[in-house]
Design a protein around this ligand. Structure first.
Ligand SMILES: Nc1ncnc2c1ncn2[C@@H]1O[C@H](COP(=O)(O)OP(=O)(O)OP(=O)(O)O)[C@@H](O)[C@H]1O
Ligand SMILES: [Mg+2]
Length: 162
C-alpha cells in the first residue's frame, strides 16, 4: 500500500485589507510543496484573494475581526478553508450567482464566488447569519499529469506479478 502524503497549516490574522496579500502569498507558499504549475499557483492565489476580500469587506464590513485559514494537503490535492465570524449570508445560493453583489455602489462586480468556483475544482459555502461564513475550496494539483510515483507503483506491481 502506498502511503498518502498529508500536511496541514493554520493561519489567523486581523481583517485588514493589507493582510490579503499576506494570506494569498502564504497559501501559495504552502501549496508550493505539491510542485504546482505557475497557472495552478495563480488560480489558488486568485481564489484565496477573493475569499479573504469577501471576509474583510462583507463579513466584517471593514470593522475589526479575525480571518482564519486552514490548509490541508492530502495526496496531490489542497483544501483551503477560509472563515470569518462576521455578519453571515442570508441566501447563499443567491450570493453565489454571477454578477450578484450586495454592494454595487462600491465597485464590486459580484464575480468573487464565480471566480472561486471556476479557478478551483470544488467550492462550498456554509454561512449562518450573525455567526459567520466558511468557504471551503479544493484543487487537485497536476491532475492531468502522469505522476512518477504512479509509474513506479505500476512497475512494482508488474514485477511482483511476474
Ligand atoms: N464572507 C462573507 N460574509 C458576508 N457576506 C458575504 C461574504 N462573502 C460574500 N458575501 C455576500 O455574497 C455576495 C457575492 O460575493 P462575491 O464575492 O461573488 O461578489 P462581491 O464581493 O459583491 O463582488 P466582487 O467579488 O466581484 O468584488 C457579496 O456581495 C456579499 O453580499
Ligand atoms: Mg467578492
Amino acid at each position: 500500500m502506498k502511503n498518502i502524503y498529508e500536511n496541514e497549516m493554520k493561519l489567523e490574522f486581523v481583517s485588514k485589507s493589507n493582510n490579503e496579500a499576506f494570506a494569498r502569498i502564504s497559501v501559495a507558499a504552502f501549496a508550493a510543496q505539491l510542485d504546482p504549475t505557475i497557472e495552478e499557483i495563480s488560480d489558488i492565489k486568485t481564489a484565496v484573494s477573493e475569499a479573504v476580500t469577501n471576509a474583510i469587506v462583507h463579513g466584517y464590513e471593514n470593522k475589526e475581526g479575525t480571518v482564519k485559514i486552514i490548509c490541508k494537503i492530502i495526496g496531490n490535492s489542497i483544501t483551503i478553508e477560509i472563515s470569518d465570524s462576521g455578519k453571515g449570508i442570508e441566501d447563499v445560493e443567491k450570493a453565489k450567482r454571477p454578477l450578484y453583489t450586495s454592494k454595487p455602489n462600491l465597485e464590486r462586480s459580484g464575480m468573487g464566488f464565480t471566480i472561486m468556483e471556476n479557478f478551483m475544482d470544488d467550492m462550498n459555502v456554509e454561512s449562518i447569519v450573525g455567526l459567520g461564513t466558511k468557504v471551503t475550496m479544493k484543487k487537485m494539483i497536476k491532475k492531468d499529469e502522469i505522476r512518477e510515483e504512479d509509474i513506479t507503483e505500476v512497475l512494482n506491481q508488474i514485477s511482483k506479478e511476474n
